[in-house]
Ligand binder design. Structure first.
Ligand code: ADP
Length: 335
């Protein structure tokens, strides 16, 4: 726990807010001329500060434990107390005349000092703004309440959070799927889920023996379905195991292959995964002709992206060699 009665020390403590002057500057510019351009400049500066781990000063209502501390000799109200396990703070809110509730934030100690004394903590801009990801009942944030105030309304906050959201995207690479830096890689497994050759063997080898132990608890997987495990020694945090169909030249093959992609993507979404790499499922041992498989694969993943427009999924189609890459690229160009 940390407290101080010395205002200058307190100010020094907030020297970390440097960089927020730019936000003040842009708020002033917006107040002088409320153009769309000035608003966008301001949102961009806040967004950049958010990505630089910038901080706001947040007025808070301390818990009884914190108040007890304030009335002690050690710390007085208005000082800063960093929260620890026993000290809880509630964010201070403001209610405007129309009955709407707002959160409050200051961009500098000077801005905070213009108003009534309260307790404050520093909070990084990103996590503060992220409160609006949940339905919190606030209309938005009022930045610098006392003078150059700016109403950062919910709609702006949504724009800001969307800026950060991964976009739906599909790309093609040649390479070894076990080396890719994505949140999840897909394994073209067999129905036992207990390892095999091809990409399955490569994934088990790269992930390490713990993967097999986890797979043993899953009791297999039906063709067209998908199950998830940890990624262990892989860069990818998760592995999604799906079982492609053996090629028999029947329409059912295409339906099952299609299902592999859709079920893998649905499972990824369920686990809040936003980047995923697929091998060319069934095109090895299971004998699916590469071009036919690529048509089904792309129909499935593009269809999924279209029906999940808002989600933001980065899909990498990982082709083991140039030949497969050219086939996928050709199909994607409609050749
Ligand atoms: P299936 O039994 O579903 O046919 P395979 O593993 O035999 O699965 O082959 C699926 C595809 O994965 C093939 O195109 C194969 O060339 C490719 N492949 C094999 N090893 C890797 C790897 N390490 N990374 C990416 N693709 C791979």
């Amino acid at each position: 726990m940390q407290g101080s009665n010395d205002k200058s020390t307190l100010k020094e403590q907030y020297a970390g807010l440097v960089g927020n002057e730019q936000i003040i500057e842009k708020i002033d510019a917006f107040k002088a001329n409320k153009s769309r351009e000035n608003l966008l400049f301001l949102l961009e500066v806040i967004h950049n500060r958010m990505n630089d781990d910038g901080q706001f000063l947040i007025p808070v209502i301390p818990s009884q434990a914190a108040l007890d501390l304030f009335t002690s000799e050690e710390v007085k109200a208005g000082d800063t107390v960093k929260s620890d396990a026993n000290l809880h703070f509630r964010l201070n809110t403001l209610e405007t005349a129309d009955g709407k509730k707002w959160l409050v934030a200051f961009t500098s100690y000077k801005e905070y000092e213009k108003g009534e004394a309260s307790s404050i903590i520093t909070q990084d801009i990103r996590s503060y703004i992220n409160i609006f990801n949940k339905d919190c009942g606030y209309e938005g944030i009022i930045i610098n309440t006392w003078s150059t105030k700016f109403f950062f309304i919910k709609d702006f906050i949504k724009i800001m959070l969307n800026m950060d959201k991964p976009q739906n995207h599909i790309s093609f690479v040649v390479g070894d799927i076990t080396k890719l830096e994505v949140e999840a890689i897909v394994n073209a497994a067999n129905s036992t889920l207990l390892g095999g050759g091809g990409v399955d063997g490569a994934i088990h080898k790269a992930a390490g023996p713990k993967l097999l132990l986890e797979c043993m608890t899953l009791h297999g997987c039906k063709t067209g379905e998908a199950k998830i495990t940890k990624g262990y020694n892989l860069k990818a945090k998760h592995i999604i195991h799906t079982v492609g169909p053996r090629y028999h030249g029947k329409t059912e093959d295409a339906m099952l292959l299609y299902a592999c992609y859709i079920n893998s993507l649905d499972l990824a979404k369920k686990n809040n995964i936003h980047s995923i790499a697929f091998p060319a499922i069934s095109t090895g041992d299971y004998g699916y002709p590469a071009r036919e498989a690529a048509v089904v694969a792309l129909k499935a993943v593009i269809g999924w992206l279209n029906s999940n427009e808002e989600y933001g999924m980065e899909i990498v189609m990982c082709c083991y060699n140039e030949e497969m890459y050219n086939i996928f690229m050709g199909v994607s160009r409609g050749e």
